[in-house]
Design a binder for this molecule. Sequence first.
Ligand code: S3P
Length: 465
Amino acid sequence: MKPSKLRVKRAPVLETEITVPGDKSISHRAIMLAALSNGPCTITNFLDGEDCRNTVAAFRQLGVTIEEPEPGTLVVHGTHGKLTAPANDIDCGNSGTTMRLMAGVLAGQPFTSRLTGDASLLKRPMRRVIEPLSRMGAKIRATGDGDRPPLLIEGGPLQGATYHAPVASAQVKSAILLAGLKARGTTIVTEPSQSRDHTERMLSYFLVDLDRERITATNPPEGEFQVKIEGGQQIESRDFIVPGDISSAAFWLVAAAAQPGSRLLIKNVGLNLTRTGIISVLIRMGARIREVIEDVDQGEPFGLIDIKGCRLKGTVIAGPEIPNVIDEIPILAVAAALAEGVTIIRDAKELRVKESDRIAAIVDNLRAMGAEVEDFEDGMKITGGRKLTGARLSSHGDHRIAMAFAIAGLHASGETIIEDTDCIATSYPGFEDTLAAVRKHSFIRPRHTQVISSIGRRDQDSSLK
Ligand code: S3P
């Protein structure tokens, strides 16, 4: 089959209301905790993207019954934490979250399993989970080049441990917590700044006791964070509704923010403070944004984001803010190219080992569109203000690069063609439909837009709420 491409033409001023599909990180965790729980769990608004489908397929291979009564709804029959040996390798596809979190789940199961993936995943580093899990007694071996997958896991009894993660990574933290749940004794994991905390929130929602603490008294996201879990606890089965994915909303936020006169409302979207760094950054760049939390019943806050476009200005994105916006850097780089002045992105070396080398991919594509960009090993400097021109771009097989540059295409002259866009289905099925819908509600000359009330700064001092 021929790989698909996306053609995008200029449509700068947007005025519409949208929703986005279920959160990818939360959907993965919902399947995992439900599968390990002690009964049936109904998960609604589950992200039906390829990454999460890989997690569903993995648990089916491990003996878990998962029904799909209707699109976006799964009924997962919990196994009381007892999975069965898979007959074949478990294929995690493109999904680093599936592989790293499953390593934590499988390390404590009494059988051998092998986790593999697509060409991109087979290049991604796994020492970061192998090392802490090995300290807990796990027998895991990377059978690819260096510390690269496939991972061979000889499951067995685990012992709780204390691990100081050198970088803030939710995947590493979650793998350790999932292994800690099966281990004897206490497991403690610390991270130098806070990464997304969906695993902690969902464990609490599924009635698992855990302690969370900010160890150093600084404002989040700075400071060291600690999570402590006692092994041997049972996950109680519960139903769960997945909020919309802020990382998918991010594309539309930038599409609207970068153009004076645009106005966009995104409903039903997750507003967890460990994920909403994109909103803080866009506010710093001058966007006018109002967010309203409507509910936090299931441990995850969600609500609406109302955004008005304006002339953006450059900013600095670095330090402890990086884990909070790690998946949004491609689209923030596009925002920076559309802004006036200089944007510096640093401390983001991790981008080199995501689904693609995202620093190289962003720099290549921005340059092809006429932007001024300088790359560093851990980030880039973008001097905004030059008009973007349509170009033929590669997705580099990376869903977030493909979507970020589709949005750039909305703001560029001529036509932008993004090659190889099948990868979008890993996290955002329906992206192209929303792109078409948003284009329909766009117009070239700014129209009068209603003023929305209380647009302004956000309270950034409550990340552990
Ligand atoms: C994820 C964590 C992040 C993120 C990834 C999803 C998760 O990775 O980039 O897309 O669901 O835990 P790291 O934890 O490796 O930074």
